[in-house]
Design a protein around this ligand. Sequence first.
Ligand code: NDP
Length: 272
Amino acid sequence: MDQYRVFGNPIEQSRSPFIHQAFAQQTQQNLAYQSQLVPLEQFTHTVQEFINQGGKGANVTVPFKEEALALCDHLSERAELAGAVNTLIFKENKIFGDNTDGLGLVQDLLRQHVVLANKRILLLGAGGAAKGVMLPLLAQNPSAMVVANRTVSKAQQLCQQFANDKITACSFEQANQQDFDIIINATSASLNGAIPPISADMINAETVCYDMVYGAALTPFLVWAKAQGSEHIIDGLGMLVGQAAESFSLWRGVMPETANVLQVLRDSLTAS
Ligand code: NDP
């Protein structure tokens, strides 16, 4: 049976084994997928060991996505621009690296009928998650993409990498003076119960507000956006399932259907 893993530290919280086993069952693929806790200094060794055992591919999560990039013989353009790899494919004695986080986000937005073409997007944050979603978002042809970050220099650095005149970097204060159709929170602020300091004036009923973080309850950003009148608030659970579906498709050549798996995960979150 073909073997796959997700490598991370910590890893016990990972829902990837559940998601991939559900995809395998749905698409009748004969595979096993397990999570593996990797000691901080042993990422390369662990991957090599798995390859030697015949492993076919792996997902990589915090804190190894940059190390995974350095390990690859070949990278997708997405992974190269993101500076991070979340999907490894082992084939013909080579390691291929890709990054499916951004595809997962776009897939989730489109599934929820959010139009990205010719829309103005505000991306809050300039960390690994923001970086990873920029190319797939740009591929949807928005009219503008503004990256606002607490540390403005990081947003500027990120935007320079893309050399695309649709993208600009700014502070939260500067973002507050503009209008946006879609606001994507790619900061980790929600994890600490915080909200990026953006203005309530930016939100109306039509503004799509997306938080990459998810949980049993609405995230602080989504609670705030709803209170300001947004009727389109979405958390990152669909992005998680979407990125997994894209990885699965890279490995197996078949794109699983995500709605059922997402519903089961949503139910298990709210029941916990
Ligand atoms: P990083 O640590 O690389 O970046 C964190 C970002 O958040 C930085 O831009 C940082 O700003 C900003 N930030 C942190 N706290 C605050 C705050 N209180 N106010 C304003 N900005 C803040 O993290 P990642 O980019 O890897 O991840 C970001 C989030 O996205 C995480 O919560 C992660 O769980 C989520 N995520 C979800 C995925 C999914 O599938 N749903 C996939 C990947 C990530 P500064 O630069 O100034 O420090």
